[in-house]
Design a protein around this ligand. Structure first.
Ligand code: LLP
Length: 418
C-alpha cells in the first residue's frame, strides 16, 4: 500500500498534487511519501515485535537525510557499506550504536572512522579484513565488535546482478569455512565476536530462500554456541522484494512468522537490513514529456528524465509502471518506448509500453522509484541530479535541492588553476 493515488483525474502524493510539486520544483523530481515510509517501517517492526530486533535500514536504497531521520525517529538503525554512508547516517542523527557496517572492500580509513564512531558491529567479509580490523582496533586501543558475514550458498531466484549468497559471489565467507574463521577471530586481539550476518540478494519474492539460508546460518550458530562463542546478534540481511508489476512478495507478517520460527529459541537479537521494501513504493520520479516522435518501426516518448536519473531500467531491464499525472479521457492508446535525453540507446525508462497517448508538456510518474533511484543517479552527460521532495500530509518539503551547473564543476580545476 502506498499513498500515490489519483483523485479525480489528478495524481496525488498524500494530500499534495504531483503537478503542484512539479510546477514549483521543476522536473525531473523524486517525490517521497512520509506516510508510506512510516507505514512500511511500522509494518515490519510490528511483524517482528515478538522477538528482540533492530531494523537497520540499508541506506544504499535511499540515502536522503530526511528519510534516514524519519526511520531513526521510529527506532531504526542503519546498514552502511562505506564511510560516506556512515557519514550520512551520523549527519542524520542516527545513533552509532544502531549502525552495522558490511561490504567486501572496507579501507583502513573507513574502518578507523567506524571504530571512532562507535558503531554496533562490523559485518566482516573475509579473513584478511578480519585481521585488518583487529590490527586497527588494537592500534587505537579499542575493541571492535564483529559478526562474520557467511555465504550460505542459496539461490535467491532474482536478477543475477543482485544475487549475493551464491558460492560464486564475492560476498561473505563460505559457510563451510566459517567455524574456522570464528575460531581465528577469538584468537585475534581487540575483537569482540558478537554476531553472524547473511544477506542473500535483493528483490526476493519468495520466502523459501530466506528460510533455507537462515536455517543453515542457525545451524552454524548452534555449533558456535556449543563451542562457547556467544552469538548475540543474528543479522538476516535485507532482500525482501516489492511489487513493481505483478510480483506477489510475502507480506511482512508472513515473512516474519516464517523466519521467527527458525530463530526464536536462540534468544538472540535479530537485525534486519531492509532497503527496497521500506522505500521502493514510497517514491516516484515525476518527469515531463519533451517530445514525441516516430521511427518507421517505433514510437518514442522523450521525457526530461534519463538513465542518469533512474538507472534501473537500463541496468537490469527493470520494469517501472508509468502513470499519467493527469488522466485524460478519449486519448487513443499508443505503444511506445519512454526514453530520456542521454546519448545512448540504453537510455530508456520503459520499453514497448501501451499507454494513453502522451503530448509534449504533460507529466508522467515513474512509479516505485523510491529505492535505488536517486542513490544510483549520476551526472552523466553533465546533467545536474534531480531534487528530492518529501510530502507529509498537505505539505511538501524540498529535502534535497536540484543540482546547479556550478555544482557540476565543483572541485575541478584546469591546469592553469593548479
Ligand atoms: N544488506 C546488504 C548487505 C546489501 O548488500 C543490501 C543490498 C541490502 C541489505 C538491502 O537489500 P534490499 O532490502 O534493498 O533488497 N541496485 C539494485 C539492488 C542492489 C542491492 C544491493 N544490496 C536494484 O536497483 O535493484
Amino acid at each position: 500500500m502506498h499513498h500515490f493515488q489519483h483523485r479525480g483525474d489528478d495524481l496525488y502524493c498524500e494530500d499534495v498534487s504531483v503537478a503542484r510539486i512539479a510546477d514549483a520544483v521543476g522536473t525531473p523530481v523524486y517525490i517521497y511519501s512520509h506516510a508510506t515510509l512510516t507505514r512500511h517501517f511500522q509494518a515490519l517492526d510490528d511483524a517482528f515485535s515478538s522477538v528482540p530486533h533492530l531494523i537497520c535500514f540499508a541506506l544504499k536504497a535511499n540515502a536522503n537525510l530526511a528519510v534516514l531521520q524519519l526511520f531513526a525517529g521510529l527506532g531504526g538503525g542503519l546498514d552502511v557499506v562505506s564511510g560516506g554512508e556512515l557519514y550520512r547516517g551520523l549527519a542524520a542523527g542516527v545513533p552509532p550504536e544502531r549502525i552495522v557496517y558490511a561490504g567486501v572492500g572496507k579501507t583502513r580509513e573507513e574502518i578507523a572512522y567506524a571504530l571512532r564512531s562507535g558503531i554496533l558491529m562490523f559485518n566482516v567479509e573475509s579473513d584478511q579484513e578480519l585481521r585488518r580490523i583487529s590490527e586497527i582496533a588494537a592500534a587505537s586501543g579499542c575493541t571492535a565488535r564483529i559478526a562474520l558475514r557467511v555465504n550460505p550458498d542459496v539461490d535467491p531466484k532474482t536478477h543475477p546482478y543482485i544475487a549475493t549468497g551464491l558460492k560464486q559471489s564475492k560476498f561473505g565467507i563460505e559457510i563451510g569455512r566459517a567455524l574456522e574463521e570464528y575460531e581465528a577471530a577469538k584468537t585475534l586481539p581487540a575483537l569482540d565476536v558478537v554476531g553472524i550476518h547473511q544477506h542473500i540478494g535483493s528483490q526476493i519474492t519468495m520466502i523459501q530462500p530466506f528460510v533455507d539460508s537462515l536455517t543453515r546460518t542457525v545451524g552454524l550458530v548452534r555449533q558456535l554456541r556449543a563451542q562457547g562463542t556467544d552469538i548475540r546478534y543474528i543479522d538476516i540481511g535485507g532482500g525482501l522484494g516489492i511489487t513493481y508489476r505483478d510480483e506477489t512478495p510475502p507480506l511482512p507478517l508472513e515473512f516474519a512468522r516464517a523466519l521467527i520460527d527458525v530463530i526464536r529459541d536462540l534468544g538472540a537479537t535479530v537485525i534486519l537490513e531492509p532497503g527496497r521494501v521500506l522505500v521502493g513504493n514510497a517514491g516516484i520520479l515525476a518527469t515531463r514529456v519533451l517530445y514525441t516522435k516516430q521511427s518507421p518501426v517505433k514510437n518514442f516518448v522523450v521525457v526530461d528524465a534519463g538513465m542518469n536519473d533512474l538507472a534501473r531500467p537500463s541496468l537490469y531491464g527493470s520494469y517501472h509502471a508509468i502513470w499519467r499525472v493527469h488522466r485524460v479521457s478519449g486519448r487513443d492508446e499508443v505503444t511506445a518506448d519512454v526514453v530520456g535525453p542521454i546519448c545512448e540507446s540504453g537510455d530508456f525508462l520503459a520499453k514497448d509500453r501501451t499507454l494513453p497517448r502522451f503530448e509534449p508538456g504533460e507529466l508522467m510518474a515513474v512509479m516505485s522509484a523510491g529505492a535505488y533511484g536517486h542513490t544510483m543517479s549520476s551526472n552523466y552527460n553533465a546533467r545536474p541530479r534531480a531534487p528530492e521532495v518529501m510530502v507529509r500530509g498537505n505539505q511538501f518539503y524540498v529535502v534535497r535541492e536540484r543540482e546547479t551547473y556550478a555544482d557540476l564543476i565543483r572541485g575541478e580545476r584546469t591546469l592553469d588553476g593548479c
